[in-house]
Write a protein that binds this ligand. Structure first.
Ligand SMILES: Cc1ncc(COP(=O)(O)O)c(C=O)c1O
Length: 290
């Protein structure tokens, strides 16, 4: 029976014993950065280097410089996987400024946590049948960073839940669809893939998808998207580390394209999944070779 273990400040403990102080500024003021990544091919973390670069970039917003080497994250993931007994993991890395010891934001040492649980990827039916989404007017604070402040996202996902939808897309005050609450958004029109780069997280999954899409004869365009652009698309996809590429077949109650996942989503998801397995194995071999 697998037992969850997490790491707090580098120490692996049983999940129930993984705690941080109530004085932590992550808890008190919502100051924090995080990453979500997954393993492939039997526990190899995918694109760990890219996720850590983005983690440190986000942590720099509250003054934290890199202080844990990649090798330590890699070691903890492998060790937690061995102890917990899960096959593939969904890994959350969280960094906060640490305990508030003076003034409003004065902190001592940063807190860092690794939550590594069973992968729990979406069921195959989600890829086969597609998922639904809604749009809502809001924006994420510091949208190019992955901070723990998801209050606006919580509002969007509550609306999605009420509508029985899987994802909620942010529509900026200027009227542009920027991203999902926990995903990037891409639109396919003919052989054009269009996706925003402004006011959204630079997604690692999306970046990995691009060369595969181009190899399939699709052209890639970084541009703003509107609600109508989504409604009239042939295909809409969301991307994220755990979900990879999921087709969205209905938005705000309107069917997208034929109302069924389009052909590109399915082909690219298969190619992307295999490419991740290959890349994770190559990275693991490179690490083993020193
Ligand atoms: C707001 C937001 N945008 C986009 C993404 C997708 O990013 P990635 O593909 O790097 O997982 C996420 C992932 O969690 C997210 O939270």
């Amino acid at each position: 029976m697998p037992t969850d273990h997490f790491a707090v400040n580098g120490r692996i403990v049983l999940a129930a014993q993984a705690t941080v102080s109530v004085l932590d500024l992550g808890f008190l003021r919502g100051v924090g950065a995080f990453e979500t990544l997954r393993t492939y091919g039997g526990g190899h973390p995918h694109a760990l280097g890219e996720h850590l670069s983005r983690l440190w970039e986000s942590a720099a917003a509250f003054g934290i410089a890199p202080f844990v080497p990649e090798s330590e994250f890699r070691r903890l993931i492998a060790e937690i996987r061995r102890i917990s007994g899960h096959d593939e993991l969904r890994v959350n890395l969280v960094i906060t400024p640490g305990e508030n010891i003076s003034g409003v934001f004065g902190a001592g040492d940063p807190t860092w946590v690794m939550i590594a649980r069973d992968l729990h990827a979406p069921p195959e039916s989600a890829y086969r049948d597609g998922v639904t989404a809604i749009t809502f007017e809001s924006r994420r604070h510091l949208p190019t960073l992955k901070t723990t402040n998801y209050l606006t996202g919580k509002v969007g996902l509550s609306l999605a839940e009420k509508a029985g939808a899987h994802e909620a897309f942010y529509v900026s005050p200027e009227g542009y669809v920027t991203e999902g609450v926990t995903s990037n958004v891409l639109v396919v029109q003919g052989k054009r893939v269009m996706t925003p780069t402004q006011d959204c997280l630079p997604g690692i999954t999306k970046a990995g998808l691009r060369p595969l899409a181009e190899a399939q004869g699709l052209t890639w365009h970084e541009c703003r998207l509107t609600r109508d652009g989504l409604y009239l698309a042939d295909e809409v996809w969301i991307t994220s580390a755990v979900r990879e590429i999921l087709p969205v077949v209905m938005i705000d109650g309107r069917p997208i394209g034929s109302g069924k996942p389009g052909p590109f989503a399915q082909t690219l998801r298969a190619l992307y999944h295999q490419a991740c397995i290959d890349q994770a194995r190559r990275e693991a071999a490179a690490v083993a070779d020193g």
